[in-house]
Design a protein. Structure first.
Length: 273
């Protein structure tokens, strides 16, 4: 909005400069304020790959190739260049923000390795029992699925299996990303299916066999006006909700419909004081 485009290049209005006319020639921000606006999520000014000019990052591209870019100069496409061929993604993929996305039949950090099996065999190996590629929960590379949910400790996360067919989130009675409340504590989760202990029933072993209500009646009583039993924030047993996590009074209500955590900011201050 600070210039005109002429044959693919910007001609900037007076008072503005830069390849996209994004930098003002005179700045009304203090240096401290300007630097704050240029910090990335790790509090590093322009990711250490550029200079801050009036609250905007100017990325250092000494060769003028534009390989370093992004709001905070966080993308460095030099990471995609293969050392031997000096090509981006070895010519077998596209680079996006420093990561190579390979064409079919190629893999590796820089798409440098060719698959030793046919595209047909790759597809066959990655197809899950329901006929989907990696169960729509992973990426197929040379006949092997990489599931989208991998535990940072190195063990599997909630999604695992050769074709990502096991989704243990289906075993959770509470719809909380960080809950380990599998099968309501009354069963074993096997590849996304709950095998209940004696005396318990229901898809998530949430229903005591001794309860006079049916599984459907119990869930309906717990549902209230929500689409999920206990608003997805608690465990339903015999028509009554126990809000998650137990003892945390920020989640409350007959159907766990009140979640006072929504009022907290990053410093845990309620309504910012």
């Amino acid at each position: 909005g600070h210039g005109k485009c002429d044959c693919g290049k910007c001609k900037c209005d007076e008072g503005w400069y830069g390849e996209a006319c994004q930098y003002p020639t005179t700045c009304n921000l203090t240096r401290k304020k300007s630097n704050e606006m240029c910090k990335n999520s790790q509090d590093i000014i322009c990711s250490g790959a550029g200079t801050c000019q009036c609250g905007r990052c100017k990325c250092a591209n000494p060769e003028g190739n534009g390989l370093i870019y992004g709001k905070f100069c966080e993308c460095d496409d030099r990471e995609c260049i293969d050392d031997e061929t000096e090509e981006i993604c070895t010519g077998h993929g596209k680079c996006y923000c420093g990561n190579c996305y390979c064409e079919a039949g190629w893999h590796g950090d820089k798409c440098e390795f060719q698959c030793d099996i046919t595209p047909w065999e790759i597809k066959k190996r990655c197809t899950s029992p329901d006929g989907k590629i990696c169960s729509n929960r992973g990426t197929c590379v040379c006949g092997e699925c990489t599931c989208h949910d991998v535990d940072p400790t190195g063990d599997w996360g909630d999604i695992h299996g050769d074709t990502c067919e096991c989704d243990e989130r289906n075993c959770k009675a509470v719809y909380d990303r960080y809950s380990d409340d599998f099968c309501s504590g009354h069963g074993q989760c096997n590849c996304g299916r709950c095998d209940c202990k004696e005396g318990w029933t229901g898809k998530k072993c949430e229903h005591p066999s001794s309860c006079p209500l049916s599984v459907e009646e119990s869930a309906k009583k717990c549902q209230g006006n929500s689409n999920l039993p206990c608003s997805g924030r608690g465990r339903c047993e015999c028509g009554e909700c126990t809000c998650f996590p137990p003892g945390d009074n920020r989640v409350h209500g007959k159907n766990c419909e009140c979640d006072d955590r929504q009022c907290e900011n990053a410093d845990s201050g309620v309504c910012s004081g």
